[in-house]
Design a protein around this ligand. Structure first.
Ligand code: SF4
Ligand code: SF4
Ligand code: SF4
Length: 258
């Protein structure tokens, strides 16, 4: 607890686009309420004076992409009571992890030229939970503002934040949308965790899976759907790999044959 008697919070950015942190800043209607519940002692994006810790709650955005980030996240973990990962980059690797299937050295040369010795990038970009214990995850790209507010409220009173354990299809059906699979579109709703109110299918776009895999995910069924719709092996693999940089290592994935 801070001097104010409220839980202290540190908000940290790792490799990502900072959009999830911006989403917190954009919580105009709720920010004062949140500040009434917790004491944000560290947030480089929003404060000029920042505490070196410890914190009751660490909120972490971004994936782990560099050697130096491994040390940093471990230090934050050691100095925090709870650690909450926010956004797809932190929970599943997200957009940065898409480069895991590419040649890292070739990518570095394209961006930085021949002088790449100073870079300490890792071979694979991984979610936060690959390196440290994570107490709660708020998925999405970006994480949902309202879900964040509810999570802060829950944590402040010692409860585990609620995250739905059903798929996007469930919310899509409640909204009475016509299923995009019937239009031969490669929708990932059946294997994706709900919580966005089926935002993309409701607006005519397929679910791309930004909230990560649903609990008890059935990769085999989704594989069958995509194959029957005519998706190529590469297309299916690319879509599955977005869920986690290590999806290719999942037994369920290995058993699937093209
Ligand atoms: S989850 Fe999306 S919005 Fe959040 S940091 Fe990553 S890329 Fe940006
Ligand atoms: S459109 Fe996508 S999310 Fe909606 S029911 Fe069909 S597969 Fe599920
Ligand atoms: S529908 Fe899928 S891609 Fe769109 S916001 Fe929801 S989880 Fe993310």
């Amino acid at each position: 607890m801070g001097k104010s008697g409220k839980p202290t919070v540190g908000i940290f950015g790792f490799t990502g686009c900072a959009g999830c942190q911006l989403n917190i800043l954009n919580l105009e209607d709720y920010l004062l309420d949140i500040l009434g519940l917790v004491d944000i002692t560290t947030w480089v994006m929003a404060k000029s004076e920042n505490s070196p810790g410890p914190w009751d709650i660490a909120i972490v955005e971004g994936s782990i992409a560099k050697e130096s980030e491994i040390e940093r996240i471990k230090k934050i973990r050691e100095n925090s009571g709870l650690l909450v990962a926010i956004g797809a980059c932190a929970t599943h690797g997200g957009l940065p992890a898409m480069r895991n299937v590419l040649d890292v050295e070739a990518m570095q040369e394209i961006v930085y030229g021949e002088k790449t010795e100073h870079l300490d990038v890792l071979e694979k970009i991984m979610p936060v939970s690959h390196y440290v214990k994570v107490d709660a995850e708020l998925p999405g790209c970006p994480m949902d503002k309202n879900e964040f507010v509810e999570a802060v409220k829950a944590i402040a009173i010692g409860k585990t934040p609620f995250v739905p354990n059903y798929s996007v299809c469930y919310e899509c059906k409640i909204r009475e949308n016509a299923c995009l699979i019937n239009e031969d579109k490669f929708c990932m709703g059946p294997v994706t965790q709900a919580g966005c109110d089926a935002l993309c299918p409701t607006n005519g776009a397929v679910c791309e899976g930004c909230r990560g895999p649903v609990a008890q995910v059935n990769w085999g069924a989704e594989f069958k759907i995509l194959k029957e719709l005519g998706a190529t092996p590469e297309e299916i693999k690319r879509r599955f790999l977005k869920y986690c940089p290590s999806t290719a290592e999942m037994p369920a994935f290995k058993e699937l044959t093209f």
